[in-house]
Design a protein around this ligand. Structure first.
Ligand code: FE2
Ligand code: FE2
Length: 353
């Protein structure tokens, strides 16, 4: 019975690979005999430099390391290894107490355990066994983590794809708005970059631009494509699109950050916009950026009821609406881009014709 149990244990041990480094060949040999008997895969090395190379090129789970060695000590070996491998479980074999490294060094180098060298390996074996248990747990956690992030990425990708399809459906309904969301996304990022926003904010601006009008899917085609003046009732239906958009996107955690853009891209700086009549700095900052990009694109694109406007008219409109429709700081910055970096704007226009 006991023998059977031992077999199970040693066949499990067989999956773990141990490397021992000691400049005394006698110690390496005894460890080799002892650990192979216990079932572990074992590699013994007497040269510290060779040990570092081996760890670089092969996978090991655990290292048993002598402290006093030539040409350099065990702590230096660990220092080298930790530069490229944080996972290796390291046990340090120390000489007599007065030759052991200070506890501070052991903690600093992320050494998991140490024991005094002796002819009997009982204490070392206990340390190895508990080390292997920790490694096993660490591996399990790693596996679960990897599986979770794989699943999350797949879900996120699938969701993005299905929403992307929705987005194209919106733009396919109306040839005049084709490319609109792509351009709004890129103009917004251009403004965000000039404002020195973080990578995360730029990502939100991009995604927000792509999906800001997604709610138009819920507005009848007959209204969206109408070339004559809209009735009050029709206009109030169009004004529903920010709320419909939020409704569509709000269930997915990946879209949480863009909801303020989707909801508030039609607010006006003086508080006369929709849906919430927010005023000034109460309008989310990224939504104020998207609003400038959105209006600029609306004016520079052809619509069912008019041709695109000449650039001078667009510029004077942007100036006229500074402080009423638009945040003056953002619109000033955008006017500055139009004046001094027009090629960036043109590039976006040409890319998404
Ligand atoms: Fe909109
Ligand atoms: Fe829009």
């Amino acid at each position: 019975m006991r023998k059977g149990l031992q077999n199970v244990e040693s066949s499990e041990n067989n999956t773990y690979k141990i490397i021992a480094v000691d400049d005394e060949i006698g110690i390496v040999d005894s460890l080799s005999i002892f650990l192979k008997r216990t079932g572990y895969q074992f590699v013994g090395v007497t040269d510290p430099i060779e040990a570092i190379e081996k760890v670089k090129n092969e996978h090991f789970d655990l290292m048993i390391l002598d402290f006093i060695m030539t040409p350099f000590h065990g702590d230096q070996v660990v220092e080298e290894i930790r530069k490229f491998n944080k996972d290796l479980y390291i046990l340090l074999l120390t000489g007599h107490k007065d030759l052991a490294p200070p506890l501070e060094t052991i903690k600093k180098l992320d050494i998991q355990g140490y024991c005094e060298k002796s002819d009997k390996f009982d204490q070392l074996l206990l340390l190895i066994e508990s080390g292997i248990k920790s490694i096993k747990q660490m591996n399990e956690i790693k596996n679960i983590n990897n599986q979770l992030s794989d699943t999350y990425e797949k879900l996120e990708q699938a969701y993005l794809e299905s929403i992307e399809t929705l987005r194209y459906t919106v733009e396919a309904k109306d040839i005049y708005t084709r490319g609109h969301s792509d351009r709004v996304a890129e103009y917004s990022v251009l403004i965000g970059k000039k404002l020195g926003l973080s990578e995360e904010d730029l990502k939100t601006l991009h995604l927000g631009g792509l999906f800001h009008d997604i709610g138009k899917i819920g507005v009848p085609d007959s209204i969206l494509q109408k070339s004559s003046t809209l009735t009050d009732d029709e206009y109030s239906q169009i004004k529903q699109h920010p709320n419909i958009g939020v409704h569509i996107l709000s269930n997915a955690s990946i879209f949480q950050d863009i909801l303020p853009i989707v909801e508030h891209h039609h607010e006006k700086f003086d508080g006369s916009g929709y849906p919430s009549r927010l005023k000034g700095n109460d309008i989310p900052y990224l939504a104020r950026i998207t609003s400038v990009a959105d209006s600029f694109d609306a004016m520079t694109s052809r619509r069912s009821y008019r041709d695109s406007l000449p650039m001078e008219t667009v510029i004077s409109e942007l100036k006229r609406c500074s402080g009423t429709q638009f945040d003056p700081n953002i619109v000033n910055l955008f006017l500055d881009i139009l004046e001094n970096d027009f090629s960036s704007i043109q590039e976006i226009m040409n890319k998404h014709k």
